[in-house]
Design a protein around this ligand. Sequence first.
Ligand SMILES: NC(=O)c1ccc[n+]([C@@H]2O[C@H](COP(=O)([O-])OP(=O)(O)OC[C@H]3O[C@@H](n4cnc5c(N)ncnc54)[C@H](O)[C@@H]3O)[C@@H](O)[C@H]2O)c1
Ligand SMILES: O=C(O)[C@H](O)CO
Length: 363
Amino acid sequence: MPGTRWIRLLTENDCRLEICTDPKTILSVDDILALIGDRCDGVIGQLTEDWGEVLFSALRRAGGTAFSNMAVGYNNVDVEAANRNGIAVGNTPGVLTETTAELAASLTLAAARRIVEADQFMRAGLYDGWLPHLFVGNLLKGQTVGVIGAGRIGSAYARMMIEGFKMNLIYYDLYQATRLEKFVTAYGHFLKANGEQPVTWKRAATMEDVLREADVISLHPVLDKTTYHLINPERLAIMKKEAILVNASRGPVIDEVALVEHLKANPMFRVGLDVFEDEPYMKPGLADMKNAVVVPHIASASKWTREGMATLSALNILGKIKGYPVWGNPNQVEPFLDENATPPPACPSIVNAKQIGLPSAKL
Ligand SMILES: NC(=O)c1ccc[n+]([C@@H]2O[C@H](COP(=O)([O-])OP(=O)(O)OC[C@H]3O[C@@H](n4cnc5c(N)ncnc54)[C@H](O)[C@@H]3O)[C@@H](O)[C@H]2O)c1
Ligand SMILES: O=C(O)[C@H](O)CO
């Protein structure tokens, strides 16, 4: 895990720390069982690990009460199994928001302006002079950005695309994104007052409305039963032929086999993908598609964010061991990240706090 603050926070609070140095990228359940051993109070794990009944009951038997993913997404964790074993499950919200949104914006631009194809063309020595039709892509200004899942990251991405490129917004979420709507309204007024075309927003009644209307669609929901294969052949078919689809949420939100077929049939349709259905693998054919930009799950990969994720996950474990209450607002974790201050005596984010009866901190 990156940085050293998380190590200091634990060791200065009398925790003995065992750091896994196995060179394997993804640990199996058996690897983790061996690491838990017969005495372990808490574990910080990664999103690539399968945390279910086997691991939570082993942790319980070893005297443990806390697990934290070093991630905001926790679809790799069976929270019900953790509840049955009385284990608190932590995650790391907030600290990834801007970094992940920036990568989604980067993928959007790379896809819209064909950056990767053009880079490969240059390196292959194929450039022999300016041409009017060389790597013509899409202009974003004035087009419509569609966001599916307008939570922390989806809203941050929307703001970047609206403020940066003056795009109009259409979004779909189970909940109203009130702050985002207010921002777009205010920005629209500002543009109008300066003699520019104002930006607009619309909350779509159905996901299909977003897919039909948007020129760029970025996916930012959690992965659960309701969002598995949310993008399927039928929904791909209703998107514009020249649309751009970006995914920096979780791979299984897209039916990747269907996506490859769609990319083959629609060369002007482009995608930017940070995540894949069977990570670390890509479905057959995807790597050959020039209309796909692919990167290896790096959306949260800035130094500040990764160190913040390490800090928040360590504080989730420490807080539970110390018997601290749970921080009341997982969207405001800044006080835990201030290098020059002692962090608040609270667990920054425990997703099953209510289910296992943990008290909430008074802010
Ligand atoms: N690629 C990466 O490195 C990376 C980095 C950070 C987060 N993520 C993923 O992004 C997800 C979102 O993170 P966040 O911090 O914005 O979480 P969040 O909880 O703030 O936002 C998720 C949003 O999805 C919405 N949602 C849930 N089910 C939906 C559905 N069926 N249809 C439409 N919207 C639905 C929720 O209402 C919520 O607003 C994480 O769960 C994680 O899987 C990926
Ligand atoms: O869910 C998360 O936190 C991310 O996928 C890590 O990059």
